[in-house]
Design a protein around this ligand. Structure first.
Ligand code: ADP
Length: 511
């Protein structure tokens, strides 16, 4: 039994044309209009007006070729489009079109054949979209890629065949676009990398993880290798299907060469330092054991000289007694020398625990044990602290202060001043100044080396090790040192150490 359609359906069928028209009328992003079979405009929607600038009254009845640039009109592109749409049902194109005001826009155009129930063409529907922004963006991107010569930027299809090629790629790899487009990108890899299937791993990783990044050797057209930095990115369409890859390659050969060179230098330097450290350590060990071993026979010499004096002093004549005194004095000197050498070599062996140390406290401790300290004035605030290993700082100060007291003119009483002040934000400068004999500028560097002395023993006694001890200990405490002096005018020796925040100090009597 034939059924009768419900009344609403009939109504909606009747209304559908009106509905459809309303829909088309409300579209403003697309130009939607109808052409008669010859291409004359029959309808015009607000989208068409917005896009092309014509009001319906201005354009209805006009031929649609007015939307085309002159070159297209000359070769009857509009006619060709209608012909294809008429024959195949549809024509799609992208290209420049002209607005009423003469300006151009990049259009995506779809022309669809409209037929009556007998299959006769009654006209064409035309939908036009303005893609100028996208077109410009693409063009800008292309221009950018084209202008880049420092990077090879090219695309690969899903299987790794080269699809596009920029001037940078040509410059870096040596192939022209015609030579390489269509070839597989494994061409750029070394035979070893091809053997281990690296190019395919790169594509697989990029496809799975979105991109692949790495450095390695690649091969130019002329067979030479270059060190490259490569980023391969997977390209997917809107549906997420893999369509290919983009590849950006940078020639890093110069940087690689430089890095290799720096690495080689660093290794060489390390080797030399290691050798030097080894030699130094051996020398240190040698001087330490020699000094150590010398002490026993020295004590024997000193002891027997004293015994000889005590037991046989009365039978010795004056010359023999003088000789004996010389032996004793030499032994004392040698003892001093051995002790200084031991101190010096110990400086590179012991661990330095750096702690905030009050400078005035350290100076006072030294003065308490230094002969002649009544000639020393101290100008140091109690809140001046440095990061130091207290025994090493005391040893350095002892040497500087005793030198300052020692190297004075015979006819003048020594006057020594010890000061400490901030040197910049993070350092403290401690200086020891005297009114002594001064040091000529040509000697000022060498006196910090072991055994370097400027005077005879009987003029100014000493071992020539004191300043070497000062230098080594200050440097081990991350400090620096120096000297301001001129001959006959006194000297100022200074040391600079990292400043430390003041901490509470126990009163001296409690120590
Ligand atoms: P020493 O004092 O045992 O000779 P040092 O290493 O302490 O050895 O000093 C090396 C030399 O530097 C001294 O022999 C002396 O010539 C010179 N010197 C050091 N301090 C002073 C000073 N305050 N005034 C003049 N000369 C100095």
């Amino acid at each position: 039994m034939a059924s009768i359609a419900p009344k609403e359906n009939v109504v909606s069928a009747l209304d559908s044309e009106r509905l459809f028209r309303t829909m088309v009328e409300s579209v403003t992003d697309y130009a939607i209009f109808v052409l008669d079979p010859q291409g004359y405009v029959v309808t015009w929607n607000p989208g068409a007006e917005r896009l092309k600038g014509y009001k319906p009254s201005e354009i209805i009845g006009q031929h649609f070729s007015v939307f085309y640039p002159q070159v297209d009109k000359d070769r009857d592109k509009p006619g060709y489009e209608l012909k294809v749409a008429g024959e195949t049902g549809r024509f799609e194109d992208e290209g420049w079109r002209i607005r009423k005001d003469g300006s151009r826009f990049w259009a995506n155009v779809v022309i669809t054949r409209l037929c009556d129930e007998h299959g006769n063409i009654i006209g064409f529907g035309k939908i036009t979209r303005d893609l100028t922004d996208r077109r410009l963006a693409e063009q800008r991107y292309r221009l950018l890629v084209e202008s880049v010569t420092d990077y090879a930027i090219f695309s690969l299809d899903k299987d790794g065949h080269v699809q596009s090629w920029n001037p940078g790629a040509q410059r870096i790899k040596g192939y022209s676009a015609e030579e390489i487009i269509g070839k597989h990108f494994s061409t750029f890899y070394t035979p070893q990398d091809v053997a281990r299937r690296l190019p395919w791993t790169v594509l697989k990783t990029a496809a799975e993880q979105g991109h692949w990044e790495g450095e390695g050797w690649r091969v130019r057209k002329d067979g030479t290798w270059f060190w490259s930095l490569v980023v391969v990115t997977a390209i997917r369409d809107e549906d997420g299907n893999l369509t290919g890859f983009s590849k950006v390659t940078r020639d890093m050969s110069d940087r690689k060469r430089l890095m290799d060179e720096i690495k080689r230098h660093a290794e060489e330097l390390e080797l030399r330092i290691a050798e030097r450290e080894q030699t130094n350590a051996e020398l240190e060990a040698f001087s330490y054991s020699v000094s150590h071993d010398l002490r026993a026979p020295l004590r024997a010499i000193e002891g027997f000289a004293v015994a000889l004096h005590e037991d046989y002093g009365e039978v010795l004549d004056e010359t023999a007694t003088d000789y004996l005194n010389e032996i004793s004095k030499a032994a004392v000197r040698m003892n001093r020398l051995v002790q200084d050498l031991l101190d010096y070599s110990r400086l590179s062996r012991v661990e330095f625990a750096l702690k905030p140390t009050q400078v005035v406290g350290a100076v006072q401790t030294v003065l308490n044990e230094t002969a002649g300290s009544e000639d020393v004035v101290v100008h140091i605030a109690s809140d001046v602290f440095v990061m130091a290993h207290a025994p090493a700082l005391a040893q350095a100060l002892t040497n500087l202060i005793s030198n300052a007291l020692k190297f004075h003119r015979k006819d003048e009483k020594p006057r020594v001043e010890v000061k400490a002040e901030q040197a910049g934000a993070v350092r403290v400068r401690i200086s020891v100044s005297d009114n002594g004999i001064g040091i000529a500028s040509q000697h000022q560097e060498r006196i910090f080396k072991v055994f370097e002395r400027l005077h005879q023993i009987d003029e100014y006694p000493g071992t020539g090790i004191g300043l070497a001890i000062v230098k080594r200990s200050i440097e081990r405490m991350n400090g620096t040192l120096g000297l301001i002096s001129s001959e006959g005018k006194g000297s100022t020796f200074w040391i600079e150490l990292p400043a430390a925040p003041p901490i509470e100090v126990k009163p001296l009597e409690e120590e």
